[in-house]
Design a protein around this ligand. Structure first.
Ligand SMILES: Nc1ncnc2c1ncn2[C@@H]1O[C@H](COP(=O)(O)OP(=O)(O)OP(=O)(O)O)[C@@H](O)[C@H]1O
Ligand SMILES: [Mg+2]
Length: 148
């Protein structure tokens, strides 16, 4: 039934749980598995005094490169772990707003099940869902498995 699965990972413990569930399920369903990580946009600080800050371009590029490097490491580790469990997965690195990227890739690839963690890096315990898992579950064209 779920022959094309997409799991979104942000490097948090909860997304690790989601990933484990996705690998397990992909194996059971003999499904194709795509692993997606969305790099954070470069952060720009603002001055409280003037409201304006000049950030040299090379500095932003360096941050972006570093973010991408970290993201690729997360993806490579996940791919390796999937392989150890008998699942050959494809990895995707994207930039932008995480929920938007998850939904876009799911649509583009004709995904039949999206797997996310209930919470992620920010992980406030009082809230049931993070903003990404909330948005994905609200707007997804296909079933969503929210792992907690
Ligand atoms: N940058 C990302 N790339 C890939 N997947 C992500 C990303 N951010 C979140 N996710 C997915 O969404 C799940 C829920 O994370 P979410 O970001 O919604 O919660 P949070 O970090 O606790 O809260 P918030 O980000 O709203 O402050 C994660 O477990 C992961 O599966
Ligand atoms: Mg988050």
């Amino acid at each position: 039934m779920f022959n094309k699965m997409l799991v979104a990972i942000d490097g948090s413990d909860m997304s690790e749980k989601a990933f484990d569930a996705a690998v397990h399920l992909a194996k059971e369903q003999q499904a194709e598995l795509s692993i997606l990580h969305v790099g954070r946009e470069a952060v720009v600080a603002t001055s409280s005094l003037t409201g304006i800050v000049y950030v040299p371009k090379h500095f932003i590029d360096e941050i972006r490169d570093q973010v991408k490097k970290e993201g690729l490491k997360i993806l490579e580790n996940a791919k390796e772990k999937a392989a150890e469990n008998g699942v050959q997965a494809e990895i995707i690195y994207a930039n932008g707003e995480p929920a938007h990227e998850i939904l876009n890739h799911a649509k583009e690839k004709g995904i039949s099940l999206i797997v996310v963690g209930s919470r992620g890096i920010s992980g406030l315990k009082e809230m049931m869902l993070g903003s990404v898992s909330h948005k994905v579950s609200q707007l997804s064209p296909c079933p969503v498995l929210i792992v907690r």
